[in-house]
Every structure is written in structure tokens, then in C-alpha cells.
Design a binder for this molecule. Structure first.
Ligand code: ZN
Length: 155
């Protein structure tokens, strides 16, 4: 389950919005009749997340997740679902790349307006082990959208 003490060492990425999402995850729970789903595992932290998607006519109509991860992973999954729900699949994959570049340290990504609220996760770039907590839901989403049922691991 979420461990809020995680934030003790991570004051820089402590953000009200992250805490809020980790405590009250949006779009949590299984999705009935998904067109794709995938499961992700981050052995470094122990995060597990399952992402369900419903794509129709090139659009991500619905997305939900189930997870058992740390606060950062849960908040990332929650904010990810809010960000991508209803978007064209091409934009969803674009968001994956932008998010990945941002947490990997690309400076230009800090001015990326397309990332909107997700920019709060830029702080994890200083904590390499935490990057995987934040990106795990995104890798899992990408796999689900691309129709692969294979499980994802950050290792
Ligand atoms: Zn984690």
C-alpha cells in the first residue's frame, strides 16, 4: 500500500497534488470489457500496477488502473489516467514520450505545456530509483494501448 513516509526524503517532489492523488487515486479499479490491459512491476521498489484501456476509433475512451505501489507510483498512475483519458491514442503515446523525457532529465521538458500538471514529477529526476516508480504506470499504459498483454518490468 501507499507509504506516505516516502515523501520524507523527497521534500523537493513533495507537492500537494501528488499527496492528494496518492491518497485518493482517480480512475482506480478494474475496467469492464477492456480492449487491452497490461501489468507492470518495478522490482526496485516493489510497485505493481495493472492498467486497463478501452480504445475506440483511435481514441482512448476509458482508462483505469489497479495497483499496489508506493505513493509516487500511485499518484503517477492516478494523474496519468486523468491526463490521457479521452485523448487520441497518438496523443497518449506522445504524452508517454514527453513524460519519460521529463523525468529522465531533459531540460526542455520543464517548459512543456503539454505535460500540464504532470510537471510536478520533474522532481524525481534527482532520485534515479524513483524515476521507475513514476514511469511504471506509463510503460504499462503504453503496453496496454499497443495491445500487448505481456507484463512489463522496469528491469
Ligand atoms: Zn515505488
Amino acid at each position: 500500500m501507499s507509504d506516505f513516509s516516502d515523501f520524507g526524503d523527497l521534500a523537493d517532489i513533495y507537492q500537494e497534488v501528488v499527496v492528494d492523488h496518492s491518497r485518493s487515486p482517480r480512475n482506480a479499479g478494474a475496467l469492464e470489457g477492456p480492449t487491452g490491459q497490461s501489468e507492470g512491476f518495478n522490482p526496485l521498489c516493489g510497485d505493481r500496477v495493472k492498467v486497463f484501456v478501452a480504445c475506440l476509433d483511435g481514441r482512448l475512451e476509458d482508462v483505469r488502473f489497479e495497483g499496489n505501489g508506493c505513493a509516487i507510483c500511485t499518484a503517477s498512475a492516478s494523474m496519468m489516467t486523468e491526463h490521457v483519458k479521452g485523448k487520441p491514442v497518438a496523443d497518449v503515446l506522445d504524452a508517454f514520450h514527453r513524460f519519460h523525457e521529463m523525468v529522465a532529465g531533459a531540460e526542455t521538458a520543464l517548459d512543456d505545456e503539454m505535460l500540464d500538471k504532470l510537471i510536478v514529477f520533474a522532481g524525481v529526476r534527482r532520485f534515479p530509483a524513483r524515476v521507475k516508480c513514476a514511469t511504471l504506470p506509463w510503460h504499462t499504459l503504453k503496453s496496454a494501448v499497443e495491445g500487448s498483454d505481456a507484463s512489463v518490468t522496469t528491469e
